[in-house]
Design a protein around this ligand. Structure first.
Ligand code: TEU
Ligand code: CA
Length: 570
């Protein structure tokens, strides 16, 4: 990694400003989210599996880093055929992660440290080990007989695509016990619930109430487009599905105001935006922006930003109170469902040269190896993530540049234990390493001896301290958190630039911030279409290494290779 870039220090009243902003029901509008993988984050009871006690012990780290909310993927009892997205009991904590009491203490301690808690809600399907499925297959006429989607044929809904193409050939699976086919959009051990059945809908609302009453702050709605099916459709984003999500939102607004919904809908922008709902029937507060993410990676390799620009131009503005959830990586493969065929092959060529790097329609690699651990490129994409309008979601370990182990099963390669220090168990667990939930990364350049929190914490020039400083810089500038957004034309396709200005809140007098990014590996001098700004306007540097000035009758930016700038005007 090369030299770090300077970032402005945090002003003295920043913490106060941020606390004030988060005290209202729209706390998520200026929050930075951090996704953990619970069994791989920190082990509190020395059995080699991360748990709630371990996570609770690490809250001070998240708070030090500058995180506002933590997202914990499914921790429910589960056979773990899909990382816990195969739920066997919605109303409990899996024993290896602790007890409900441990969960409550985690939420309480997070709140004490000013950190919100978002959990995953997997409504579309259960595990085949769920007692409902057991009852449904053994007693078709009983109370659970109609909880799943059963048919005598596997020919219904022919227009519905298969998502897990590596493992599944059909969305129907034969059940010997009941002598019928059941519907599943993901693994065949994950039968889809039948949302046509009012009992199933009531059941889900009870689950929502159960966790909300325990004090959580948000729910990520897993695989939300697939709740309902209908003949003659592709079974995605159906009106009935939206209707039910609006119902969930109504329950939250009436009974638990301030608890937010995040939609995981891997869909084109025109369809995703519908998960914000309408003024009469609001749905989610945030929706992950799946089409944007691959365009960031494409811009890095192609060194031009037309795809990025076009992704934003095709991004509808969310309705009032709505926010895009922005991310670079998560616990899944880097999904390429939302790019053209041509772009997909190009992405595979760039980022997945070895066949093992591919998984389903995507790439099972972590951020740092994807970007060759190149520090200026990592800085560039983080500066983009943290200044685009939306809620940024960081993935655990990316803040230290953690690597992956692509040889592991399915997507496990990007879910390995967090590397806290350079001891044998990486500070993740004191159990013998053979008992670890997943093996530590051992690839040269990425081992826990080489990449870990402790070493980087002590080094002011480390990647970790750079990320922390950038989070602090974002927190100090309200406009970057929730300002409006306008593209600025540049005269070079390698350079992407925009304004963040004014805000949706009563902060109209906030100074606008220019954000400019050079995706080229060459230095650039570009002119910026910002004639409305007085030549004598004062520009205050916030972060990055761009030099922005008025020269030869125009505004221009000088940018080093992969350089960027955040510059506040006025
Ligand atoms: O992923 C669902 C989803 O929308 C997929 O399309 C996603 O793009 C990718 O293919 C998943 O690998 C969610 C979870 O994030 C994932 O971990 C689960 O396996 C899946 O739901 C099924 O519950
Ligand atoms: Ca444990």
């Amino acid at each position: 990694m090369t030299d770090s870039l300077p970032v402005a220090p945090l002003p003295e009243d920043a913490a106060e400003l941020a606390a004030e902003a988060r005290s209202d029901l729209e706390w998520y509008r200026d929050a930075v989210f951090y996704q953990v993988v619970l069994p791989s984050f920190a082990d509190g009871n020395k059995d080699g599996i991360g748990d709630f006690v371990g996570l609770t012990n690490k809250l001070d780290y998240l708070s030090w880093l500058g995180i506002d909310a933590v997202w914990v993927p499914p921790f429910y009892p589960s056979p773990l055929g899909d990382g816990g997205y195969d739920v066997a009991d919605y109303l409990d904590v899996a024993p290896q992660y602790g007890t409900l009491g441990d969960f409550d203490r985690f939420v309480e301690e997070a709140h004490r440290q000013g950190i919100k808690v978002v959990i995953d809600l997997v409504m579309n399907h259960t595990s085949s080990a769920h007692p409902w499925f057991e009852a449904s297959r053994t007693d078709p006429d009983g109370p659970y007989g109609d909880y799943y989607v059963w048919r005598d044929t596997d020919q219904d809904y022919p227009d519905v695509r298969v998502i897990f193409v590596d493992t599944e050939e059909s969305n129907w699976a034969w059940d010997e016990v009941r002598g019928q086919y059941y519907w599943h959009r993901f693994f065949s051990h994950q039968p889809d619930l039948n949302f046509e059945n009012p009992a199933v809908r009531e059941e889900m609302l009870s689950v929502v109430r159960f966790w909300c009453a325990r004090g959580i702050d948000g729910l990520r709605l897993d695989a939300i487009p697939y709740l309902y099916e209908a003949e003659g459709t592709n079974g995605e984003n159906l009106p009935a599905t939206h209707h039910f999500i609006a119902e969930v939102r109504r329950v939250l607004d009436q009974e638990f105001p301030g608890i937010v919904l995040v939609a995981e809908a891997n869909q084109p922008p025109g369809q995703v935006v519908e998960y914000f709902g309408t003024p009469d029937a609001p749905e989610c507060h945030m929706c992950f922006h799946f089409p944007l993410m691959p365009q960031i990676f494409k811009a890095v390799k192609s060194e031009e930003t037309s795809g990025l620009l076009s992704a934003w131009q095709h991004t509808p503005v969310p309705p009032a109170g709505g926010l895009w959830g922005l991310f670079l990586r998560n616990h899944d493969e880097l999904t390429l469902e939302m790019v053209s065929d041509e772009e997909r092959w190009q992405m595979y060529k760039w980022y997945a040269p070895e066949p093992r790097m591919r998984a389903n329609v995507g790439i099972r690699r972590r951020l740092s190896p994807l970007l060759d651990a190149d520090r200026p490129t990592l800085e560039l994409v983080h500066a983009l993530l943290l200044s685009l309008p939306g809620a940024p979601f960081l993935y655990y370990g990316d803040e230290i540049g953690m690597g992956d182990t692509i040889e592991l099963y399915d997507r496990d390669g990007v879910r390995t234990p967090m590397q806290w220090d350079d001891t044998e168990g990486a500070g993740f667990s004191e159990a013998p390493i053979e008992r670890f939930y997943l093996p530590l990364v051992s690839r040269e350049g990425y081992s826990s001896q080489e990449v870990n929190v402790a070493t980087q914490e002590g080094d002011p020039d480390s990647w970790l301290n750079w990320v922390r400083a950038l989070l602090a810089a974002r927190k100090a500038v309200r406009t970057l958190q929730d300002g409006l957004f306008d593209i600025i034309q540049t005269d070079d396709p390698a350079v992407f630039a925009y304004w963040r200005r004014g805000t949706w809140r009563a902060l109209g007098d906030n100074a606008p911030v220019l954000c400019v990014f050079n995706f080229s590996t060459e230095p650039k001098v570009v002119s910026l279409e910002m004639a409305e700004v007085e030549p004598a306007a004062s520009a205050r540097w916030v972060a990055g290494n761009a030099v922005v000035e008025h020269a030869r009758g125009r505004w221009q930016a000088q940018l080093p290779p992969r350089g960027f700038g955040w510059v506040e005007f006025g």
